[in-house]
Ligand binder design. Structure first.
Ligand SMILES: [Zn+2]
Length: 186
């Protein structure tokens, strides 16, 4: 998931050209605090957890000038409309904290981990609110999911996937669906 941009929520409106320019300037400033490795491991963490949850990723990008920098899932990321909304929300929260978790395992400084995860946490709190959870409950869910995601990503087979994706991302900056599939389903 992009660090400064919410994925295609159903309610998202198309920003005007002027807004895109402003966001890009702000985004470039935001992204300047991260190395390519920081960005790559953050996005690879999201991607591998989405994959482990049965999802598909159509594109990954750490290209700083790319308006679609981040992870693009094939599926709408939503916690609503599910028979088991709380489980769906937990999965979504796990996916959203995975960027922070991967950056932590990679050894990024805490300030970098937190800066990268700020928007993801805001996103999680918004989605939790849509499911009827207040902010305290949302924070509790984030803190509960965090160690689960860490355990999952620290499994050697899973961390190998994060590593492979992240290293490819650092080399190529953008990965398409076929490249991602080939890496995640070796
Ligand atoms: Zn993220």
């Amino acid at each position: 998931m992009p660090t400064e941009r919410v994925t295609q929520a159903p309610v998202q409106v198309t920003p005007s050209q002027k807004e895109i320019t402003l966001v890009t300037q702000e985004r470039l400033g935001h992204l300047a605090q991260f190395t390519d490795e920081h960005l790559a491991y953050h996005e690879a963490g999201h991607a591998v957890v989405h994959h482990l949850q049965g999802g598909t990723i159509v594109r990954l990008s750490i290209e700083r000038t790319d308006p679609k920098e981040g992870m693009q899932p094939a599926e709408q990321l939503t916690a609503t409309g599910s028979a088991d909304q709380l489980k769906a929300l937990r999965d979504l929260v796990a996916l959203l904290v995975a960027g922070e978790v991967a950056a932590t395992i990679q050894g990024a400084p805490e300030s970098v981990v937190k800066a990268g995860g700020r928007v993801d946490r805001e996103h999680a709190i918004r989605r939790a609110a849509e499911t009827g959870l207040d902010e305290t409950a949302a924070h509790a869910m984030i803190e509960a999911e965090w160690p689960h995601v860490r355990d999952r990503l620290e499994e050697p087979a899973n961390w190998k996937l994060v590593d492979s994706l992240a290293q490819q991302l650092v080399r190529q900056k953008v990965l398409d669906a076929d490249q991602i599939r080939a890496t995640l389903n070796p």
